[in-house]
Design a protein around this ligand. Structure first.
Ligand code: 5GP
Ligand code: ZN
Length: 114
């Protein structure tokens, strides 16, 4: 989608530190990391939010989680612990409207989230 920053990352129109890529998804380092490990995992398909998923899109979710687990193992946080976050729409704090899952780890997390 034109003017979508994450589509531009998918299409390599803007630079990013890509950690993993396949035909369905891309994972890259968050430009403003909130933890020692902060990756964003996104489908290549432009879907604005989780609430916009259609029936055919749900297969993306297990794929994303598989990638998250793989990255967590590679980054050495699988045993220590990590968090996967999806912000959906404005009240959750979503700022980029191309669905993405945050993989956060490498420090003690707190609950409840802000
Ligand atoms: P949200 O608040 O929508 O859940 O998260 C958006 C995330 O995207 C933020 O953590 C922000 O730092 C990250 N982000 C925004 N623009 C860019 C960018 O151009 N490159 C990268 N790598 N991350 C970005
Ligand atoms: Zn997009």
């Amino acid at each position: 989608m034109r003017d979508c920053i994450f589509c531009k990352i998918v299409n390599k129109q803007i630079p990013s530190k890509i950690i993993y890529e396949d035909e369905i998804a891309v994972a890259f380092e968050d430009v403003n990391p909130q933890a020692p490990v902060h990756a964003l995992i996104i489908p290549k398909k432009h879907i604005p939010t989780l609430a916009d998923f259609s029936e055919e899109d749900y297969g993306i979710i297990p794929h994303i989680f598989k990638i998250a687990n793989r990255i967590a193992k590679e980054k050495g946080i699988a045993e220590r612990g990590y968090r996967i976050v999806n912000n959906c729409n404005a009240e959750s704090g979503q700022t980029v409207f191309h669905i993405h899952f945050h993989l956060l780890g490498g420090r003690q997390m707190h609950w409840p989230p802000g």
